[in-house]
Ligand binder design. Structure first.
Ligand code: MCN
Length: 787
């Protein structure tokens, strides 16, 4: 990867982050305690839709420890702008006003209506019940299809409709493709609503600083975006605002946002002149942090009788919830381009209708748009295989793009960067002993075993490395998709890397140290990585969309290359040689052909700060800054096989084995990549078998805590057998592709296809997620009833 021998990239470097995490020395936002700090809590709507006739805060103000109580009316002068929608995906997008507190109406269960500030969090919480709100209940709409009907209750009356936008696209002659098909398979899949459960719920502290400045500490994935958006909402000039993301205990997309509580913290600290803190409770997290998925997918595939796909139509209904958060509008459209999956065919049409309902807003949740797309395409490929009586692997193989290492246009019109899909499928089938599994399945079926074996495939690719600014601009996202890095070699030769990425579990400190260490020929221990503070790392676009390595890690590499270029000039001067004759390897600059004439990076660094020792006209210092804006996304891919045992008498599903062969290009840290895949697959298994946010007709969240919302633990999860292939991406000089969401994207269809495969001989063709024992049992009974 560089002129320097690779020593650390690809090697098993232990995570530098872990000692602090496992010994309790991490600093979470809730650990921040500042002199004179007050705490706030929110009065949240107990109804999904109601008019607010009156709010009386007088009794709450009298409660012990309470310092102040504010309603929307009291704080209206604090706001320079509402909470913005981040992606203007169409010109006629209908955007409702979204203020940190609502004053006229509540539109979902948990909508904040007042804030209590007190000396401690308990006093604030205790006083909430003394805020009297006169709600006048309104009709509620929680179902997207109902919301689109004439006469449905309107979530935002001023918009005159619950439709947020429609977004159609078409590539190729779809009618012609369907016209010449031998078979058309049409399915409806439901992407149930999911609730992100980061270990650390959200938290924020805002502190006034001398001179009218503020520091905001937040458990966020996006300190840089938060800084500019908070500046716009609260009217605090950007240069007077510092945002710090301390240690962050996971986010999974849910902390890629700007929330009412963050704006309130800043406004309250300004109003009261003291630091304020808010920490989310777990049950509050279920209402107030964005949810994920919640789509209805109608998908249709036209094919020849020997299994060649000709065209695909997708119609999507996407639930926005009650308001637009930063990414709410764009999430379904990240999927728009991914329904074609690994398959090459002639024509594709897609239409998304986005709908407001009286529920918590949706937004990014690990994979955001791509797990939905991968699920639909991988389920319908299996449905097509069943219709044609073909092996599901065979249908896949027949339609794969052939291996390619240069960008290749796919049916939705975008360009995949590189891929070799047969290679991963072949390998995973070998690894799982596919033939052996089919044999065992036959035996069990013949024996009438009540516990049946199912083998489920998923072959996926995903759009990640969210970056190219041009694409961000085309989708109405403002057009800043770059990532920045600085590399500073200090006079002792030790190295500081400043990154614009904002890790919250992904191990960037370790990975970036490896990249810088190899590029500069030093040890990772000699590299410090600075991140998550807009004062010390001023430029950045943060962490989401598995972008950090392919954009931010690459920026580190490029900045290090710039440093090496300057160092070569200094070394040439020190060695009295021509710059073109200087070679750099293993941290040492030498003269070509005379290896004894050499200086170390440390010596060059020392000289770099002694202006007298520098070539004439050269500025002192040995540092460089880069903004990297790649030409394209990266498209990791993989093939997964899930093996399940389904008890046909109880409907219980047990995952017996899970095999995955993934390709994220060259790997920087194998241990971290394994961890990302383990966690990712676990979240996909969770969607397939366990998790579902359920609202009743009145808009009450029935699954409002971990007692009702089934987050699987280790006992529910299988042991994973992982392997990798390495197909470099032409999108960046390291050839790397992201991996942070791959497991979550690949796994749900593998699990559900396996469950259906186990029961297909009984006539079961469909089960919705989560495939709970009750649902599986029901599907078996229905199939038996049809016999
Ligand atoms: N990596 C590698 N070699 C590769 C690809 C990745 O060594 N070829 C390493 C990277 O160096 C980095 C890690 O894997 O240390 C993840 O890199 P990347 O795929 O670029 O993803 P991001 O760092 O941008 O992380 C975002 C991604 C997303 S979008 C979600 S959601 C998610 C995820 O990461 N949320 C997480 N993983 C998570 N892991 C934890 N612990 N917590 C979350 O909230």
């Amino acid at each position: 990867m560089t002129e320097t021998a690779q020593r650390y990239v690809g090697g098993g470097v232990p995570r530098k982050e872990d000692p602090a995490l496992v010994t309790g020395r991490a600093t979470w936002t809730d650990n921040i305690k500042l002199p004179g700090m007050l705490h706030f809590a929110l009065v949240r709507s107990p109804m999904a839709h109601a008019k607010i006739n009156r709010i009386d805060v007088s009794a709450a103000r009298e409660q012990p420890g309470v310092v102040a109580v504010f309603t929307a009316e009291d704080l209206k002068d604090e706001w320079a702008a509402p909470i913005p929608c981040g992606w203007q995906v169409t010109e006629d997008l209908r955007v409702p006003e979204h203020w940190p507190l609502t004053g006229d109406k509540v539109r979902y269960l948990g909508d904040p209506v007042a804030v209590v500030v007190a000396e401690d969090r308990y006093a604030a919480k205790d006083a909430l019940e003394f805020v009297e709100v006169d709600y006048e209940p309104l009709d509620v709409v929680t179902d997207m299809q109902e919301a689109l009907k004439e006469g449905a209750p309107l979530v935002h009356e001023e918009l005159g409709t619950n439709e947020c936008y429609t977004w159609p696209m078409q590539n190729g002659d779809i009618d012609e493709a369907f016209g010449r098909a031998d078979v058309v398979v049409k399915e409806r899949y439901i992407q149930q609503r999911l609730i992100p459960n980061a270990i650390e719920p959200r938290a924020v502290v805002a502190q006034p600083e001398p001179g009218g400045s503020f520091t905001v500490y937040s458990s966020t994935q996006v300190p840089h975006i938060l800084k500019s958006v908070l500046s716009a909402i609260c009217g605090v000039p950007e240069h007077r605002l510092r945002v710090v993301a301390p240690d962050v205990g996971g986010g999974f997309g849910s902390k890629l946002n700007v929330y009412p509580e963050e704006a309130l913290a800043l406004a309250l600290s300004r109003r009261l002149g003291v630091p304020v803190k808010w920490v989310e409770e777990r049950s509050e997290n279920y209402l107030a942090t964005v949810h994920g998925r919640d789509q209805i997918q109608d998908i249709e595939v036209a094919a020849t009788s020997d299994g060649k796909i000709l065209g695909m139509k997708v119609e999507l209904l996407a639930d926005m919830g009650a308001y637009l958060q930063l990414g709410t509008t764009v999430v379904p459209l990240l999927g728009a381009f991914m329904y074609p999956g690994l398959y090459d065919f002639d024509a594709y049409s897609f239409k998304c209708t986005a709908v407001y309902t009286n529920k918590t807003p949706t937004d990014a949740y690990r994979g955001a748009g791509r797990p939905e797309a991968a699920y639909a395409v991988e389920r319908i490929i299996d449905a097509l295989a069943r219709r044609l009586g073909m092996d599901p692997a065979e249908v896949r193989r027949k339609n794969f793009h052939p291996p390619f290492d240069e960008p290749r246009t796919q049916p939705a019109g975008i360009q995949y960067d590189s891929g070799n899909y047969e290679m991963v499928l072949d390998r995973v089938m070998e690894l799982a002993d596919y033939e052996g599994l089919r044999e065992e399945q036959r035996r069990r079926r013949e024996a009438g075993d009540p516990v049946q074996l199912g083998i489920g495939f998923s072959t996926y690719t995903e759009i990640c490395g969210i970056a190219p600014s041009q694409v961000a601009a085309a989708l109405g996202g403002g057009g800043a998709g770059w990532e920045a890095a600085s590399v500073r070699v200090l006079s002792s030769g030790k190295v500081e890397v400043v990154t614009g990425t904002s890790p919250h579990g992904q191990g960037h400190v370790t990975s970036w140290s490896q990249i810088a260490a190899d590029a500069l020929g030093v040890s990772p221990d000699d590299v410090e990585v600075i991140h998550g503070d807009t004062d010390s790392a001023p430029w950045g676009r943060d962490t989401y969309g598995s972008r950090s390595l392919p954009v931010g890690g690459v920026a580190v590499y490029l900045a290090a290359q710039k440093v090496v270029e300057k160092a070569k000039k200094i070394a040439a001067h020190m060695l009295e040689a021509a710059e073109g004759d200087i070679e750099f390897e293993g941290g040492r600059f030498s003269v070509r052909g005379s290896p004894d004439r050499n200086v170390t990076l440390q010596q060059v660094a020392g000289a770099a700060f002694l202006a007298a020792d520098l070539p004439e006209g050269m500025e002192p210092g040995l540092s460089a800054e880069t903004f990297f804006d790649p030409p394209n996304f990266t498209f990791p891919f993989g093939a997964h096989i899930c093996v399940v045992e389904v008890d046909t008498e109880t409907g219980k599903v047990r995952i017996r084995d899970y095999f995955a062969v993934d390709d994220c290009g060259p790997v920087v840290n194998p241990q971290i990549v394994d961890g990302q895949l383990h966690g990712g697959i676990a979240q996909g298994v969770a969607q397939a078998l366990y998790e579902e946010a359920v609202y009743d007709e009145d808009g009450n969240l029935v699954t409002g805590s971990m007692v009702d919302y089934l987050v699987p633990g280790a006992p529910e999860l299988p042991r994973y057998t992982l392997e990798r292939t390495e197909t470099p991406s032409p999108s960046n000089p390291l050839g790397v592709k992201g991996v942070g969401e791959a497991g979550t994207i690949g796994s749900p269809p593998a699990v559900i296809n396996a469950v259906i495969d186990a029961l297909s001989h009984l006539g079961v063709t469909h089960i919705d997620m989560p495939a709970s024992p009750a649902r599986v049992w029901q599907a078996i009974q229905e199939a038996r009833g049809r016999e």
